[in-house]
Design a protein around this ligand. Sequence first.
Ligand SMILES: *Cc1c(COP(=O)(O)O)cnc(C)c1O
Length: 393
Amino acid sequence: MIPVTKPFLPSEKEFKSYTKSIWERQWLTNNGPLVNTLELKLKEYLGLDHLLFVSNGTVALQLAIKALDLKGEIITTPFSFVATTSSIVWQGCKPVFVDIDPETFNIDASKIEAAITPQTSAILATHVYGNPCDIEAIQRIAGKHNLKVIYDAAHCFGTRYKNKSIFAYGDISTVSFHSTKLFHTIEGGAVITTDPDILKKLALMRNFGYSGVDTFSEQGINAKNCEFHAAMGLCNLGHIDDILKKRRYLSEQYRLRLKKLDVQFQKLENPEDFNYAYFPVLFETEELMHESKANLELAQIYSRRYFYPSLSALPYVDNVIMPVCDSIAKRIICLPLYHTLTISDLDLICRILLRSQNFGEKQMARAKQIGVLIAEQLKSKIKSAAVKTNGIL
Ligand SMILES: *Cc1c(COP(=O)(O)O)cnc(C)c1O
């Protein structure tokens, strides 16, 4: 069986080398030393001044919306994981969808301004599959209309943009460290901002709003993470360069082998600074996608419709038609991609996809052939009938 993803796992021995100290200290959560070390090491690795480790990527988004005190409408993308939209609604704001770019799959910045109303307070965009949005254009629009910008950078660990970590952009960036993500802490996430006031607010909000032993200066929630998750993060951070390298290699192999497949790959902002977190392929039609997906499943290979459906079709938002996103969401799948995926498995996946396309083409050709045959037979039958009836037919 080949799943669409497998979490990276360090050896048990390595994990225990960190958790051993937890037993010694008996300090399990509440800003413990492993959480602190992980935050420091992440900042160092990513080249960031600040980063707050939180319990997951969804709560990171909720904190971001709350810390920026957003109200009214938030312009967002319909092509993302459900948490991008649900967080907006959860915080009492209204998502206003703007369609996506057909090549990068990110929010189409050229369509944002038309969606701005006096109620708009922010833009919440996802760097889809780790591929940076049109950050400059979004910043320009936000500046002009006095809007905040949040980036859902859940997929982006390791992606860089203009020589900086992608997390350094926007008023706040959020990331997920869930097990299925490229870098994970089992469950976890982070919020990143360069604004010291927002940072302070976020730090208080993460821990019930505690500003002293018995004092609360903010309305807070429990969004903190714990020593065990930090231990997993510290282990995984030691392997991250290897993980990134392997994904890049596997993605290149996919692209090479699937050159002749009639699919569209994501247009990358900058392949050199990209993290290759997923391997999406966009088929020409939904039928072709289903056919290929089913053929893979016959061999116990599992791809995933990611993202489907379009978030503008969720039952708790105003449903709007997003022509580009609606069409792409129906035709796209992510192929298996994980650290331990072997080249022979990747080969098999590619062969099945190519075969299923060839088979489809052969069937079409055969159907055409049969059609021609039937047509000819009919023609000759008509002809002979015409002869028999002396042309009166
Ligand atoms: C995974 C993901 C999230 C949510 O992160 P969790 O850590 O699972 O809560 C949010 N947005 C996107 C785009 C994601 O892929």
